[in-house]
Design a protein around this ligand. Structure first.
Ligand code: T3D
Length: 263
């Protein structure tokens, strides 16, 4: 692995693996880690050779959200938290949602506060059975951020969203999967093999079509049916002119495995 301290990156074929790497603090975010993650995701956006991203955490946790040691109100200072949100969390969530390549999140342990909601902003979330999702904000007198109020409401509905956000009770991985908050929960030892295999498969997929699929499904949250039908028509037109579509149909007709190039 190579990379800056708080984020490790590794490339294998078309897959970029990003590991949050502040394990002593359960991978809580400080400004440097935000900047490093942003820059890794920017590489994923710019480089055509990167065709999928896998995000996980080093050590026993996935991410404990904002590093609370970075601001100590006992000193009498009051930080403007809106600035952290505007400078870091909102752009990060927009980056994850806007990257038109699949992002798989392997939640290897506790995901708390913004850490939970960063996971939920990824496209496919696989969690180890020992992982927990905690909307820790209410314990601090804060509100869900990093898109949490949006993701929880849409994925779970108001009753469960409010239950999790108001109580800050941990949600275990299997319940999270049963509720539809995440894709699946797997035994701890199966997490990285399964997440890596899926991420590798997607990295060998028809990247342009997968990216357009991500765009369409995300747009459905706000579009009405007519707008969505129009969008599907436009996106299908675009996908239909891709090299990967031609290869996909040719492979089907030849009864062979397709060799997608991601364009
Ligand atoms: O700018 C802004 O502030 C606005 C943005 C806010 C976004 C947010 O994410 S707000 C929410 C912040 N996160 C939390 O409130 C979670 C805090 N952590 C916890 O509640 C617990 O650590 C966990 C439930 C996540 C895990 O508990 P446990 O018992 O498994 O581990 P632990 O012993 O509490 O933590 C292990 C170490 O990580 C410990 O350090 P130590 O004592 O061994 O030196 C602990 O202090 C450290 N750690 C855990 N979370 C954070 C942290 N250090 C700094 N910041 C953290 N968020």
């Amino acid at each position: 692995m190579a990379g800056v301290e708080s984020i490790l990156t590794a490339r294998e074929g078309g897959l970029l693996q990003i590991t949050l790497n502040r394990p002593d603090k359960l991978n809580a975010f400080d400004d440097a880690m935000h900047l490093a993650l942003r820059s890794a995701l920017d590489i994923a956006r710019r480089e055509p050779a990167v065709r999928a991203v896998l995000i996980t955490g080093a050590g026993r946790g996935f991410c404990a959200g904002q590093d609370l040691g970075a601001r100590d109100p006992r000193s009498g200072e009051r930080a403007d938290l809106g600035e952290t949100i505007g400078n870091f969390y909102n752009p990060l969530i927009q980056q994850l949602r806007g990257l038109e390549k699949p992002i798989i999140c392997a939640v290897n342990g506790v995901a708390a506060g913004a850490g939970a909601n960063i996971a939920l902003a990824c496209d496919i979330v696989i969690a180890a059975h020992s992982a927990r999702f905690i909307q820790a904000f209410s314990k601090l007198g804060l509100v869900p951020d990093a898109g949490g109020s949006w993701s929880l409401s849409r994925l779970l509905g108001e009753a469960r969203a409010k239950g999790l956000a108001l109580t800050a009770e941990p949600l275990d991985a299997e319940t999270a999967a049963a509720w539809g908050l995440i894709w699946k929960a797997v035994p701890d030892e199966a997490l990285m093999p399964e997440a890596s295999a899926l991420a590798t498969r997607l990295a060998e997929g028809p990247t342009l079509g997968l990216g357009l699929t991500k765009r369409a499904i995300q747009a459905a949250a706000t579009n009405d049916m007519d707008a969505q039908l129009d969008m599907e028509q436009q996106l299908q037109r675009q996908a239909g002119f891709s090299e990967d579509y031609a290869e996909g149909v040719a492979a089907f007709l030849d009864k062979r495995k397709p060799d997608f190039k991601g364009k």
